[in-house]
Design a protein around this ligand. Structure first.
Ligand code: 5GP
Ligand code: MN
Ligand code: MN
Length: 495
C-alpha cells in the first residue's frame, strides 16, 4: 500500500502522526511478519484508528495483526474515558472471545490409545456448530442472572468451583455489567447457546506440553513436559454478536457527527460520557459475563468426559483452570501516560511528566499481558505475571506466555492472541479439502480432529495461519509476553 513505515528499532515500526491523526501508530513485528501485514488493509485500518477521539500514545498492531471489521484484529487502542470514546468495532463482534487452559496430572502416555474414544466423547458432549443447543437451556431469569453475575452464577449452579473463579481474568465476573442494556433479541439468541462452542474458528483441543522455556514460571503455572492440558476457545455467541450490531446501529443514528469525522464508518464510536457510551459499556460487560459462563460450562463438560473415559474423578486428575483470558474486550484501566506541559497525552519522548489516566483499553484479537505487580492479578500470579494463552492452529504448537515487564510501556499491557490468519475462508476452501487435512493430521502428526463439517476443517487448515513460533518470538524479544511453554494438539473438536 501507500503507507510508509518508519523503523524505530528491532520489531518496532511507526506510522508517523500527520493530518487528522490524533496519535502515531505502531506495528510490532519482525520483517517476515511485516510482509504479511502489508498484504491487506491492516495498516490502513491501523492508521484510521488513530483518528478515534482521545486515542492515547499510539494505536498498536500486534505481531499477529490482520485486517478486521474497521479496526485490525491484533489491534490495541487506548482512549481516554473522559474526553475520548468507546468503539464497538475496536472490541469486535464476538465480545469476550477468549481462551482458557485447563491443566491435568495426566501424561501423553496415559492418553495414548484413548485418542479416538476421547475425541468422539468430547464431540458428543460439547455442543457445537450452528444450532445444536447449549449445555444449559436458559429461561429468561437464568439469562439475566448469567449476564449480571458471570461465573458466580456458575458456582451457585454447581458448574464451577471457587478455585475456577480465582483463575480467570476479572475472576470471571464484571460488576459493571448492565443486563438491562442488552436487547431482548440478544438475550433470546443467547438462551439456547449457554455452553456451546459455535462454529468455524472456535475449538476445544486436548494438547500435550512439548517444551518448557522458563522452568520457574512453568512451575508456578503448574506446567511440565509431557503433561496433558485442554484449551478452549470460544466467545459470547449470538448474544455478543447481536449486542455489537445493536450498538453499531444506535451509534449511526445517535452520533452521526462523530461518525462523519472518522475515515471509516466501521470504526463507529460513542463519545465518552454519553448515555450511549455508558449503555454500550454496561451491555458489553454483560456479554463478557456470558462468555465466561460459556467457556466454564464447556470446561465442566470436558471434566465429565475425562472422568468417563479414564474412569476417575476429575479432581483426582487435578483438572484445574490455569487461566482464562479474553481477547476481544474493552476495559477501563488505569495506565501511566506521558503528558506535555498542558497535560495532554503525548509520546514518551515529548513528555514532561507521567500521569495516571483512566482509559478504555480496546483489545481486539489481543490478549492482556500484565506483568507482576498489577493490582488486577489474582494472588496466584501476583508475583510472576499473568498467564497469556496463544493458540497456533490445529496442526501447530500453541503457547503459554507470561505478561512481560515491557508490556505496560509498549502495549498498555497486551500481546498477540494467536498466529493470525493468512488467507481468507473463501481462498482456504479452494486450497484445502477437509477430509484430506484430517487424514494427513492423523497419519503424520497423530492429531485427531473431529468437526461438524469438512468445510470448517478446510477453512481452519494449519496452512491458513501465520507462523505462531515467529509471532511468539517477537512477543518474547520485545518483552511484552515471555515464553513459558509450548503445547501440541492431540485431539481437536471444531464447530
Ligand atoms: P481468532 O480468535 O482470531 O478466531 O483465533 C485466534 C487464533 O487461534 C488464531 O489466530 C489461530 O492462530 C488459532 N487457532 C485457530 N484454530 C485453531 C485450532 O484448531 N487449534 C489451535 N491450537 N489454534 C487455533
Ligand atoms: Mn470468536
Ligand atoms: Mn477468538
Amino acid at each position: 500500500g501507500d503507507i510508509e513505515l518508519r523503523r524505530v528499532r528491532e520489531h518496532v515500526w511507526e506510522i508517523p502522526q500527520e493530518g487528522e491523526m490524533n496519535a502515531p501508530a505502531r506495528v510490532l513485528a519482525s520483517e517476515a511478519l511485516l510482509d504479511h501485514i502489508g498484504d491487506d488493509k491492516t495498516l490502513e485500518q491501523l492508521r484510521n484508528a488513530t483518528h478515534l477521539p482521545g486515542i492515547t500514545k499510539h494505536a498498536i498492531c500486534m505481531p499477529d495483526g490482520h485486517q478486521g471489521y474497521g479496526f485490525p484484529v491484533g489491534g490495541v487502542g487506548a482512549t481516554d474515558t473522559t474526553d475520548g470514546c468507546i468503539s464497538p468495532g475496536a472490541v469486535g463482534y464476538d465480545i469476550n472471545c477468549g481462551v482458557r487452559m485447563m491443566t491435568t496430572n495426566l501424561t501423553y502416555e496415559d492418553l495414548q490409545g484413548h485418542e479416538e474414544e476421547l475425541v468422539d466423547a468430547l464431540f458428543e458432549a460439547v455442543p457445537s456448530g450452528l444450532g445444536g443447543g447449549g449445555v444449559v437451556k436458559g429461561d429468561a431469569e437464568t439469562i439475566e442472572d448469567i449476564l449480571a453475575r458471570g461465573m458466580q452464577w456458575a458456582v451457585d449452579a454447581g458448574y464451577a468451583t471457587d478455585d475456577d473463579l480465582a483463575h480467570c481474568e476479572d475472576e470471571g465476573f464484571r460488576d459493571d455489567a448492565r443486563p438491562e442494556f442488552v436487547s431482548q433479541k440478544a438475550k433470546d439468541r443467547g438462551r439456547n447457546q449457554i455452553g456451546s462452542l459455535g462454529s468455524g474458528n472456535h475449538f476445544l483441543e486436548v494438547q500435550r506440553v512439548t517444551d518448557i522455556y522458563r522452568e520457574d514460571v512453568a512451575e508456578s503455572f503448574g506446567l511440565e513436559a509431557d503433561q496433558i492440558v485442554v484449551l478452549i476457545h470460544c466467545g459470547s455467541r449470538g448474544l455478543g454478536h447481536q449486542t455489537c450490531t445493536d450498538y453499531l446501529r444506535r451509534i449511526e443514528k445517535e452520533h452521526k457527527d462523530l461518525l462523519d469525522g472518522l475515515p471509516d464508518k466501521e470504526l463507529a464510536a460513542a463519545p465518552a460520557g454519553s448515555e450511549l457510551a455508558e449503555e454500550y459499556y454496561g451491555a458489553m460487560c454483560a456479554a463478557i459475563n456470558f462468555a465466561w459462563v460459556n467457556r466454564q460450562l464447556i470446561m465442566h463438560r470436558t471434566r465429565e468426559v475425562f472422568a468417563d473415559v479414564f474412569d476417575r474423578d476429575w479432581r483426582d486428575m487435578e483438572m484445574r483452570l490455569l487461566y482464562d483470558v479474553a481477547h476481544n474486550i474493552a476495559k477501563k484501566e488505569v495506565h501511566e501516560v506521558g503528558v506535555d506541559p498542558e497535560g495532554r497525552p503525548v509520546r514518551d519522548g515529548d513528555a514532561v511528566e507521567r500521569e495516571e489516566r483512566e482509559l478504555y483499553v480496546h483489545r481486539k484479537g489481543a490478549t492482556r499481558a500484565f506483568p507482576a505487580g498489577r493490582p488486577e492479578l489474582p494472588p496466584a500470579y501476583a508475583d510472576v505475571g499473568q498467564p497469556v494463552i496463544i493458540p497456533g492452529s490445529m496442526g501447530a504448537g500453541s503457547y503459554v506466555l507470561r505478561g512481560g515487564d515491557q508490556s505496560l510501556d509498549l502495549t498498555f499491557g497486551s500481546t498477540a492472541h494467536g498466529a493470525g490468519r493468512l488467507m481468507s475462508r473463501t481462498k482456504a476452501k479452494q486450497e484445502y479439502w477437509g477430509e484430506t487435512v484430517q487424514d494427513e493430521l492423523r497419519e503424520q502428526e497423530k492429531i485427531y480432529v473431529k468437526a461438524q463439517s469438512g468445510a470448517t476443517v478446510a477453512e481452519e487448515a494449519p496452512g491458513v495461519y501465520k507462523d505462531v513460533d515467529e509471532v511468539v518470538r517477537v512477543s518474547d524479544e520485545l518483552g511484552i509476553g515471555d515464553k513459558v511453554a509450548r503445547t501440541f494438539p492431540v485431539c481437536n473438536i471444531k464447530g
